[in-house]
Write a protein that binds this ligand. Sequence first.
Ligand code: AMP
Ligand code: MG
Length: 336
Amino acid sequence: MTTRIEKFSRESVAEAAELLANRRVVAIPTETVYGLAANALDKEMWGVREIFRVKGRPQDNPLIVHVSGMKMLRPLVTEIPDIALRLAERFWGGPLTMIFPKSALVSDVISGGLDTVAVRMPASEAALEIIKKCGFPLAAPSANLSGKPSPTTAAHVYEDMNGKIPLIIDGGECNVGVESTVVCFKDGKIRVLRPGGITAEALSEYGEVEVDKAVTVQPDKGEKVLSPGMKYKHYSPKADVYIVNAHGEDFRQYCLKRARYENDLLALGAGVREEGIFLDCGGSPELQARRLFSLLRRADELGAKTVLVEMPQKGGVGLAVYNRLLRAAAFRIIEV
Ligand code: AMP
Ligand code: MG
C-alpha cells in the first residue's frame, strides 16, 4: 500500500472522511500528538482492529474515542457526572480525556475489555473538521508503532506507518506535543491517571485532584493499574535513555565527563546552547513537552547509543514531561 501525505484542506478532510466511512485507518493531526483514527461505531470494528494490528498494540490497552462535542458524547456513555460537565465546558476542545461508564454502543475492542470508555474532544481544527465530516466518533491512539515515541509531525507518522495506512493528514507540528491528560472520577475527586496538557493545577480549580501513583512510580509486575497504558514500556528510541538528576552546570559537567570516554552520547538540557553533544529540550515545561518526542526520534537519527536528559521540572505540564521521560528511560534516574 502506498501512504500519501496530504496537507489539511477541505479536499483532504473529505477524502479522510470517506476512507474512514469505508472502515479504513487514517492518521490525523491533533493538538496533542498525531492519532491513528478509525470509526469508533463500526459494528465489526474493522478499522479499530486494524489500528491494533498496524501499531502492534496490546489488546488490553484501550483507545480514546474522539468526539466533536457533547452531542456525540452522550450516546457513548451511561452517565455523565456533574464535575465532568463542568470540566468539559472549561477544557473541551482540548487535551483532556475523561473516563465514563460505557454504553452498549462502545465495543469491548475499544475499551480493552473494561466497562468504561475514555473520551475527549480535541481542540485541533483539522481533527474537529474530520470528525464533523464523518458524523461519527473516531477511536484514535497515537500514530506511532507501539513502544516508539509518539509522532508530533506528519513525517514522524510516515516513518512508522509508511506502507501500512492509505493517508496521513498533515496539520503541521502538534502544539502540545504530549498526549492528553486522562482523568477518572472517584468519591467526588478528580483522579489523574495520565498527566498531559491540562495540568493538575488547572483541574484543581474544579475539585480535589489526586495524581495516581502509577504516574511517577513503576508498577510492579502483574499489578493492576487504572490506566492500562501506564504499565507498558513506552516512548523509547533505540538509544538508552537516562534521566540525570542535576541542573545547569552540574548537568553539563556530568555529561561532558561521560562523553570523554563514551561515544555516541547525546545530552538534552533545558535551555542549553546547542553545541557538541548538547541539544536544547527547551527552557520551559511547555517547550519541553512540544519537543520531547521529536528529540527522542532525532537522537535515533543521529545514531545516539546513550541519551542523558536533564531532570525536568515536575509542576504544570512538566509532570507530563517527567511521566513520559520516566517511561522512555525505563525509570532509570542517575543521581549526581
Ligand atoms: P494513547 O491513545 O496511545 O494515548 O493511549 C490511550 C491511553 O488512555 C491508554 O493507554 C490508557 O492508559 C488510557 N485509557 C483509555 N481508555 C481507558 C479506560 N477506559 N480507563 C482507563 N484508562 C484508559
Ligand atoms: Mg500512545
